[in-house]
Design a protein. Structure first.
Lengths: 133, 289
């Protein structure tokens, strides 16, 4: 069966979706990803959806779910490379993916992730309350 | 038996054209700058031919008869063409009404019985008046087409996406935002974000005359879509009146970065990108230190 590879880069996980997602594939990805996060104790997840050109409400929800799941497992998630048409579709479907970090491309996504992680570690070190701005 | 007037018209086609041309050329409103005399003559000739061949015993009493449709078609084409050339509706109307003068003057020459002349004149007048009104109608239709085309053009040219800085796009919106326009704005903006790799987009709405809940919804949609792409969106140009209406309507813009002017939006964008603008003097001071 087809599977979407989850690559590990240090404390980050890299998921590049190179095919158009279909329901089963997305569900498998969801299950796999949380397993890998658990196993590797990853700090961040980067999901590249630049090759996804068609999206429906289900797929939008799955992407949102994956982000929320990783977040509660203490891994920041960034979705990168969304195509304009996909963005418009999601907004029209009423799925603005609130709470999900996004970036324009992998490079910017990586930067964002690293920044988030280092900030999180700083906060932990200081054990201050309140999130930094 | 054939109607007297129709017989006269069919016989005297040439004379009608001559008389009509004479009336038109004498008219002060003749626009030689817009149409040459030859063109005018051939146009008039076509019209007289259509008129005389379609005028029949059965329809001379009925100005609304379908038989006049070919004439109306010709007149509509003439009227729309003239509207585009810049004729005023009065000039186009006078063109048709001067045909009446020509027809009546020919009738006067041919029909000697005053009673008969009177009834025929009334009939012809009615028909020509009807034709004249149809030119007005099609004139307005022609103008409306022009307006419609211009509206399309305006909506097309009025959504430019400007690169104000490396990584900062600005999109001044001028005019009312409706669904179709939002769609164009959104598509242009997102496309440009991908092409230029910008991370901040500034939507300037100082040119939007009024913001109602629908417009606000469109704005929020655009902001959400840019966020999904991984870029931040700032709305600038919120005028005091707009701020008032937005609050009165209960629209929640708290998730959106809003600024009052494009300048402050640009400043905010610099802040996000951690850029700083300093004067040359300051720069030299820091260099010397």
């Amino acid at each position: 069966m087809e599977k979407i590879p989850i690559l590990r880069m240090g404390n980050l996980l890299l998921v590049t979706i190179q095919v158009d997602l279909y329901d089963r594939l997305a569900e498998t990805l969801e299950a796999d990803l949380v397993q890998v996060i658990k196993k590797t104790d990853a700090q961040g997840v980067l999901i590249d959806i630049s090759a996804v050109s068609i999206i429906d409400s289900f797929m939008g929800r799955i992407i949102g779910n994956i982000a929320t799941m990783s977040k509660i497992m203490d891994a920041e998630t960034v979705v990168v490379g969304m195509q304009p048409a996909v963005a418009i579709t999601l907004v029209e479907l009423g799925l603005p993916l609130k709470g999900v970090l996004t970036a324009l491309n992998v490079e910017k996504g990586m930067e964002l992730l690293k920044e988030k992680i280092s900030r999180k570690e700083d906060n932990r070190g200081e054990s201050d309350d309140g999130d930094s701005e | 038996m054939k109607n007297e007037a129709i017989k006269v018209f069919q016989k005297k086609k040439k004379n009608i054209l001559e008389a009509w041309m004479k009336f038109q050329l004498e008219d002060e409103g003749l626009r030689e700058d817009l149409m040459s005399n030859e063109e005018l003559r051939s146009q008039s000739d076509d019209l007289i031919n259509a008129f005389t061949s379609n005028l029949k015993d059965e329809n001379i009493d009925d100005p609304k008869s379908n038989d006049f449709e070919p004439i109306v078609d010709i007149l509509n084409a003439v009227s729309i063409a003239r509207a585009r050339q810049g004729y005023s509706p009065r000039e186009t109307g006078m063109y048709v009404f001067s045909l009446k003068d020509a027809l009546v003057s020919i009738l006067q020459q041919e029909i000697k019985d005053p009673q008969e002349l009177y009834t025929q004149t009334i009939k012809i007048t009615r028909i020509i008046d009807n034709l004249g009104i149809s030119t007005f109608e099609s004139f307005i239709k022609g103008r409306e087409e022009v307006i419609l085309r211009q509206t399309d053009e305006i909506s097309e040219i009025s959504t430019p996406v400007i690169r104000v800085w490396d990584g900062i796009l600005a999109l001044p919106i001028i005019g009312t935002l409706d669904s179709s326009r939002t769609q164009i704005v959104m598509e242009n903006l997102l496309q440009e974000i991908v092409e230029s790799g910008s991370s901040i987009a500034i939507l300037d709405i100082s040119g939007v005359p009024a913001v109602d809940s629908l417009v606000a919804q469109h704005l929020i949609k655009t902001v959400s879509a840019t966020r999904l792409m991984g870029a931040e969106c700032i709305i600038s140009g919120i005028r005091p009146e707009i701020a008032q209406t937005v609050v009165h309507l209960g629209i929640d813009l708290s998730d959106v970065i809003t600024k009052s002017s494009l300048a402050s939006a640009l400043k905010a964008a610099f802040n996000i990108l951690q850029l700083q603008v300093i004067t040359k003097r300051q720069q030299s001071i820091t260099n010397n230190q």
